[in-house]
Design a protein around this ligand. Structure first.
Ligand code: GCW
Length: 712
């Protein structure tokens, strides 16, 4: 029984705020109370039962308490309402208007060609007479539908609004947290985290702020995310224990996120049978090892019955894996998958496997080739509950990379595409870098050639059997969640793309703006919207302009990966080289004369990438070593392009800062100040990038800037 069941909330509503967090110290991100105004002023009926229906009721009650509306839960008498949220299999109600609305919804579903079901998470929204009606088959659908109504604001109540059917394209829409339980001596509490500490852990213990975790779940659900792993893929001893001794800590998080439809997953170490189980080996072919995984997994499900599964980084950057025992990655993944299968759990097995002890003198080893070389031969060997999690590019979340050829090479494997919301290589949440356009390009890329299936199709799979989308989270215990307030848009966009990878990034950004900076809460909504678009829409390309040129990547400061250091990795063991000399720059990855990486693509792109004549400009130095005087498709030479883009990038950032200043006094002063301070740093850092890159290439090439600008 829940507190609202079959009661008229009219009386209690104005007495006290229902449970929920509104911690004034924490920024509300895309769910400020104001975003609920249109909903909260309505008369709303919720009909159905279940944990997530209670969440819906809680949300609606909070909104109506604030804005003067009314809420009923499955009333046994007739009521006049504006909005009906109902589960399709809920009992008939004694209200002819509500039942007529239900029938109108059913008819709309037939008209829209819905195959009679809305699924576990889908919903239908339509108008029926004076009512707006939302139908779902399952409570999660009602919750996603509710957040859709919030997004629409008053438009959800527009009498002329046509019916809409929404079902997520991807079943699993997952965030990976690289949060450490114990503070790592080098990586700290959150590996590659730029938003303070962890939401979950602090100094070896649970952070204990369950209200904050609940609020986080609420934000994630409103963007469409339904799965989360709560610890780093690099698993130390304290983190390994989450699987056994510290399972209660995980169960507590799962309990808080469950009402928002989010399942918890754990990163585990492949060596767990040794480090936790005391076995002499973690060999996947060893019977005791298999039994250990089976028993351990059973105990996990006894405690958390909707547990999502395991995430594994194996044989990668020092993490243990099946290679130790002469086994391959299918052997390794399958033993964990077998243990999870009886409970419906999945293994997310990462394809980020490469030699990180490379010799820069050895031109035959190419880090970009590694994932394909290791995994493509294993296609068809993974159990069906293994999801191979593949970074979107072949190297490592660079600002610009080609799409990983692994994504097109394993038709008999469930593939998840991994994106990085945390801005490790894209300005570390000190720079504005809106990644929507980058991800959209990746998801729309057609690896078999134009017009063919896309990366979004691979992640979706045939009949929804794909592995979905995964992203590394950018959140922490910072009051703005993401350090840079505008970086919230990246998290929101990821969730929305995971729900529908075909969405237009500008439209998603617009949604985010309307929610985060509600027009009714600012004196000049048009100025705010226009300015945010001007600053954010093209910010990824601006970032690209002032950093490493033409897809060559890296050139970042080793270790922390922030700021320029052109030769920082040039002689290192990590395999991320640019090979600049006095004549030219870039990596020859052609089949004819290079590492052969271009040949890992299906024929159309293998041919396009093979030749500098056909390779797209933005990837030229990823695939080819060319002279500085090489003429790009744009008509510019490589060296002049480097100069021009670096000058332009800094100018664009300077304009961003100027534009932001016009919002002073228009928006929340705390947001204004935080962004203003970060834009100062972005201008400083972009200038440093420009000057180091331009100077470096001027010194190497000896070719002056055709426009005579100052190069140091
Ligand atoms: O991008 C690199 C990061 C590592 C990270 C690794 C990975 C968690 O620099 O910090 O480790 O990728 O994806 O596993």
């Amino acid at each position: 029984m829940n507190a609202y069941e079959s009661t008229d909330l009219e009386e209690s509503m104005f007495v006290a705020e229902p449970p929920g967090v509104e911690d004034p110290r924490v920024h509300p991100a895309w769910l400020p109370p104001e975003a609920f105004r249109a909903l909260g002023a309505r008369r709303v009926l919720v009909h159905g039962d279940g944990l997530l229906v209670d969440t819906v009721l809680d949300e609606v009650t909070r909104a109506c308490t604030r804005y003067g509306g009314r809420v009923w839960h499955s009333p046994s008498w007739d009521v006049d309402v504006d909005l009906v949220l109902l589960l399709r299999d809920a009992d008939e109600l004694p209200s002819s208007a509500v039942e007529a609305a239900r029938s109108a919804g059913e008819a709309a579903l037939v008209d829209l060609g819905g195959d009679a079901t809305l699924g576990d998470e889908g919903f239908l929204l339509t108008r029926a007479g004076d009512l707006t009606v939302l139908l779902a088959d399952a409570p999660a659908g009602l919750l996603y539908g509710l957040f859709h109504v919030v997004r629409l604001c008053a438009a959800a109540f527009d009498p002329a609004r046509p019916p809409e059917l929404h079902r997520p394209a991807l079943r699993r829409r997952m965030l990976n947290h690289w949060d450490n339980v114990a503070v790592h001596p080098v990586m700290g509490q959150v590996e590659r985290g730029y938003a303070g500490g962890s939401i979950f852990w602090a100094g070896g213990r649970p952070r204990g702020d369950l209200a904050r975790i609940r609020e986080y779940g609420r934000l994630l659900a409103a963007s469409g995310i339904n799965a989360i792993s709560v610890n780093n893929v690099n698993v130390g001893h304290a983190e390994a224990l989450l699987l056994t001794d510290r399972l209660n800590d995980v169960a507590q998080i799962a309990g808080v996120l469950r009402p928002y439809g989010i399942r918890v997953h754990l990163s585990v170490t492949f060596a767990a049978p040794v480090v936790l189980g005391g076995l002499p080996t973690a060999d996947p072919f060893d019977e005791d090892v298999r039994a250990w995984w089976a028993a351990t997994t059973r105990r996990v499900y006894e405690r958390i019955d909707d547990f999502g599964g395991y995430v594994v980084k194996a044989d990668s950057e020092g993490q243990p894996g099946p290679f130790t025992y002469g086994r391959d990655h299918a052997d390794g993944a399958n033993v964990l998958a077998e243990a999870l299968a009886p409970y419906g759990g999945v293994v997310h097995w990462r394809a980020f496997v490469y030699n990180h002890h490379q010799d820069w003198r050895d031109r035959s080893t190419d880090r970009a080739r590694a994932a394909y070389d290791h995994f493509a031969p294993l296609d068809g060997r993974f159990r069906t509950n293994v999801v191979l999690q593949v970074k979107f590019g072949p190297v490592d979340f660079q600002t610009r990379e080609p799409v990983s050829p692994v994504l097109a090479a394993m038709p008999a494997t469930r593939i998840a595409v991994e994106l990085q919301v945390t801005q490790e290589y894209t300005g570390q949440q000190r720079h504005v870098c809106h990644l929507g356009p980058c991800w959209s390009e990746v998801l729309r890329f057609a690896p078999w050639g134009p017009g063919g299936r896309t990366i979004a199709d691979v992640a979706t799979g045939e009949a929804g059997t794909g592995g979905g989308l995964v992203a590394v989270a950018n959140t922490g215990d910072d009051p703005f969640w993401t350090g840079h307030p505008l970086a919230q848009a990246n998290l929101y966009t990821f969730g929305r793309f995971a729900w529908d990878p075909r969405l237009d990034p500008t439209a998603v950004l617009d949604e985010w703006m309307t929610l985060t900076f509600p027009p009714s809460a600012t004196a000049d909504p048009e100025l705010v919207r226009r300015t945010l678009h001007e600053i954010m829409d093209d910010s990824w390309r601006t970032y690209e302009r002032y950093t490493a040129p033409l897809g060559v990547g890296f050139m970042v400061h080793p270790g922390d990966h922030y700021g320029p250091d052109v030769d920082g990795y040039e002689y290192s063991r990590w395999g991320t080289y640019h090979f600049a000399d006095r004549d030219g720059v870039g990596v020859d990855r052609s089949r004819a004369t290079g590492t052969g990486f271009a040949g890992q693509y299906p024929p159309y792109w293998a041919d396009v990438y093979e030749s500098p004549q056909t390779c797209p400009d933005e990837l030229l130095l990823f695939f080819h070593h060319v002279p500085y005087t090489h003429v790009l498709h744009s008509g510019s030479t490589v060296i002049q392009h480097i100069y021009d883009t670096h000058f332009a990038g800094v100018e664009e950032v300077t304009v961003m800062r100027r534009r932001w200043r016009t919002l002073n006094g228009m928006i929340d002063p705390a947001v204004y100040e935080r962004v203003a301070e970060r834009l100062d740093e972005q201008v400083r850092s972009a200038t440093e990038w420009r000057d180091q890159i331009n100077t470096y290439f001027f010194r190497k090439s000896g070719i002056p800037d055709a426009r005579g600008r100052r190069i140091h």
